[in-house]
Design a binder for this molecule. Structure first.
Ligand SMILES: Nc1ncnc2c1ncn2[C@@H]1O[C@H](COP(=O)(O)OP(=O)(O)O)[C@@H](O)[C@H]1O
Ligand SMILES: [Mg+2]
Length: 351
């Protein structure tokens, strides 16, 4: 059995347990509450989507979990258990052993992570030699197999090329190959397709999904686009202003969403069934300033259903059904929601 195959995980059960995680930045303008008390867990092989508009804390949340944060001016709180081991108090040296080997990350722009002056083959082989102690020949063999796995044509030729000689889609495939190299048990993909055109986007998402399934690897797919996570995740977290505002299994979220912010994100996805002249709804206003978020529900200034209660009392996460939590005083389907729907002309009365 090859080194790669032995690295494939077969465990089941909880992989990551995140408890009340907070990451704040001390800045001259005040404390930025980028991530503010996030709790959830991820099972082995599970695919999780983290969705929300730009600036709501998705990247900082995934970096906080991995322990990839700037060292200065950061205030951290909470716990990250990886297979039962606390990561937040772990030394940098021990964390480095986990990066790549256990938890890997791919980013929106591969050029920021690929070394422009190192040949692709060498970049891919390095982590194998460091983490798995592979010999040069063995590493080369694994690298070629990886390049094939991620659908790179003429893999031998690519070993001798540099990142700038490849297209955006190919570079993203190389990044995925690098992330997969040591057989991590979870892959964090932060807006992995945002910089790519639509056709290539779909191919890369399919590739990530296939690799997760084949390797029984968990996925954390971070994106501003609810449409992207729809077909590629088992569970979705909707984030707003550094907090989870709704979490549910993917099918439940789409069929029984509760939080008006989720509804608003959903309404901004183009639908195939819409007549071609349909105007896309955009969410009015902007996400809040995380130095001084509004009182009560932070979505209230932009929410069509908000009342005085919403601007004063912060809604706690509550359970709609097991596994489905939301934070809202007037969720989708409530009397208040129906009333406003009627007044907005989205629904007829008595319905
Ligand atoms: N190093 C930093 N110092 C201060 N504020 C930061 C820093 N990094 C991120 N932020 C702020 O934290 C918030 C969340 O950022 P981020 O996680 O990148 O959002 P997202 O990925 O959802 O677009 C933003 O308001 C951003 O400006
Ligand atoms: Mg981001």
């Amino acid at each position: 059995m090859s080194t790669l195959q032995t690295a494939v995980r077969r465990e089941t059960g909880t992989l990551l347990e995140i408890e009340d995680l907070a990451t704040h930045f001390a800045t001259p303008g005040g404390v930025v509450r980028a991530v503010d008390g996030v709790t959830f867990s991820l099972d082995h092989g599970q695919r999780l989507g983290i969705v929300g508009e730009s600036g709501c804390g998705k990247t900082i949340l995934s970096r906080s979990i991995m322990g990839l944060l700037p060292r200065r001016n950061v205030i951290r709180k909470g716990s990250v258990l990886f297979e039962g081991t606390e990561l937040t108090t772990m030394s940098l040296k021990d964390r480095q052993k986990i990066w790549g080997a256990e938890m890997a990350m791919i980013f929106q722009d591969p050029m920021t992570s690929l070394n422009p002056v190192m040949k692709i083959g060498k970049q891919l082989a390095e982590p194998l030699r460091i983490h798995l102690g592979s010999t040069r020949e063995n590493a080369q063999e694994i690298v070629l197999k990886l390049l094939q796995d991620v659908g790179i044509p003429e893999p031998e030729k690519r070993l001798e090329q540099y990142a700038h000689e490849l297209s955006g889609g190919m570079r993203q495939r190389i990044m995925i190959a690098m992330a997969l190299a040591c057989g991590p048990s979870v892959l964090f993909a932060d807006e992995p397709t945002t910089a790519l055109d639509v056709t290539v986007q779909a191919q890369i998402l399919d590739l990530i999904e296939d690799q997760c399934r084949e390797r029984e690897m968990a996925l954390v797919l971070v994106t501003h686009d609810l449409g992207v996570v729809a077909g590629h995740t088992d569970q979705i977290i909707v984030m707003y202003a550094g907090k989870i505002v709704e979490i549910a299994p993917t099918a439940t979220l789409f069929s029984k969403m509760k939080m008006p912010y989720t509804e608003a994100l959903f309404q901004s996805i183009p639908k195939l069934a819409d007549p071609s002249h349909t105007r896309l709804t955009t969410i009015g206003g902007r996400p809040p300033n995380l130095v001084a978020p509004p009182d009560g529900c932070s979505f209230s200034p932009r929410c069509p259903y908000a009342t005085d209660t919403c601007t004063k009392v912060e809604p706690e996460l509550q359970q709609a059904e097991p596994g489905h939590l939301f934070a809202c005083h007037y969720p989708v389907g409530s009397d208040r929601w129906n009333e406003v729907q009627v007044s907005l002309g989205r629904r007829s009365g008595g319905h």
